[in-house]
Design a protein around this ligand. Structure first.
Ligand code: NAP
Length: 341
């Protein structure tokens, strides 16, 4: 598709939020040796997308401007690079684009085969695009906390904070598959939803009980999957089992320091900061299969057309999404590439 152009959404520099996004016509990228070119059907926005725009990873990311953001996509293969034998045009897939190149807010994007998996017909593009960062992070965090997903897991107690978030909504469902008793926190409006996802007990985070994090049934937590900010160790500590561990998905420098101190002092209760930049293809395949089999479902906060990308971006930045924010690229006709010049 060399020489053709496509519609994309990009930003030209750090900052600017949703107002910094611009709609442009740019060249359709070409797949390199181990890449496929996708016609993007859906993408999902994660907090890291707008945090990169804010400059939290400068000067590494983005490596240059202008930059087309968003990594999590589902689509159809339209072209394969010369080294690709595992996919062919017409294959439906889910992929996580490289952070440094990104490119998800566009009609076409190149994806590495290393983190691209087949998408069966039972899994919609929106469901597929919802998975990469959010569900893979939830899966890895639970695994790091000792959860097993092959039926050999021991029963245990997990606390999931911000269970209505993209990551948290997957974490609740995966924790149940891992044979855990789930205590969850979320806002009052989402208590019923989080119970339907499988949580055994739910605390409204704005109430005194929610602020204390204490389990209504008196349990002590073996693992905490901490999906939000602003909760101190002194709140977690009395709620942990003797060897309990807090997996902190939004670590600050203080979290890293505190975790090292705990290791050096052989503390039994542990704090583990977790930032994941490289994800595993087999894990993504596993999650797609769970969705296909109806064992995990995507909570969709809202769906937006690419023309409304700014609204989707602003929604994510507000921090009150319930589940995933999806951007859809429209029907086949709307996506026909435009010949340059
Ligand atoms: N470590 C990693 O590699 C990694 C990867 C992905 C994400 N993350 C982090 O994980 C966190 C979740 O990400 P996400 O994209 O899933 O977030 P998100 O969907 O944007 O989260 C929004 C949700 O969180 C709820 N929430 C906010 N503060 C809360 C609190 N104090 N207690 C309970 N619920 C609260 C909100 O509920 P209300 O609307 O009711 O307030 C809303 O439903 C973020 O901090 C993100 O940066 C880390």
């Amino acid at each position: 598709m060399a020489g053709r152009t496509m519609h994309a959404v990009q930003y030209d520099g750090y900052g600017g939020g949703a107002a910094g996004l611009k709609h442009v016509e740019i060249q359709v990228p070409s797949p390199k040796k181990d890449e496929v070119l996708l016609r993007v059907e859906a993408a999902s926005i994660n907090q890291i997308d707008w945090k990169i725009q804010k400059g939290v990873m400068r000067p590494l990311m983005p490596p240059k401007f202008p930059f087309v953001p968003v990594t999590d996509v589902a689509g159809e293969v339209v072209e394969v690079g010369p080294g690709v034998h595992s996919f062919k045009p017409g294959d439906k897939v889910v992929s996580m684009l490289n952070f440094r190149n990104a490119g998800g807010l566009a009609e076409y994007a190149v994806a590495s085969v290393n983190i691209t998996v087949d998408r069966p017909p039972e899994v919609s593009a929106a469901e597929g695009a919802s998975l990469p960062i959010a569900a893979l992070t939830a899966l890895q965090a639970l695994r790091d906390g000792g959860t097993k997903f092959d039926g050999t897991g021991q029963p245990g107690n997990v606390l999931i904070t911000a269970a209505s978030s993209g990551v948290g909504s997957f974490a609740v469902q995966l924790a149940k598959l891992g044979n855990l008793h789930v205590t969850a926190t979320c806002g009052a409006r989402n208590v019923d939803l989080v119970k339907r996802l499988g949580a055994d007990e739910v605390l409204d985070y704005k109430t005194p009980e929610g602020k204390s994090l204490s389990s209504p049934s008196g349990r002590k937590y073996d693992v905490v999957i901490h999906c939000t900010v602003g909760i101190s160790w002194s709140t977690f500590e009395p709620n942990l089992a003797a060897n309990g561990v807090v997996i902190n998905l939004t670590p600050t420098p203080w979290t890293w320091f505190h975790s090292v101190v705990k290791r050096l002092t052989f503390a039994k209760k542990k704090l583990v900061p977790l930032l994941i930049f490289v994800h595993d293809k087999e894990d993504l395949r596993f999650l797609v299969q769970l969705v296909r089999d109806g064992k995990v479902t995507t909570v969709v906060d809202s769906r937006h057309q690419l023309s409304e990308a700014a609204a989707a971006w602003a929604k994510s930045m507000e921090g009150h999404a319930t589940g995933k924010i999806i951007v859809e690229m429209g029907g086949e006709e709307a996506m026909a590439p435009v010949v340059a010049g």
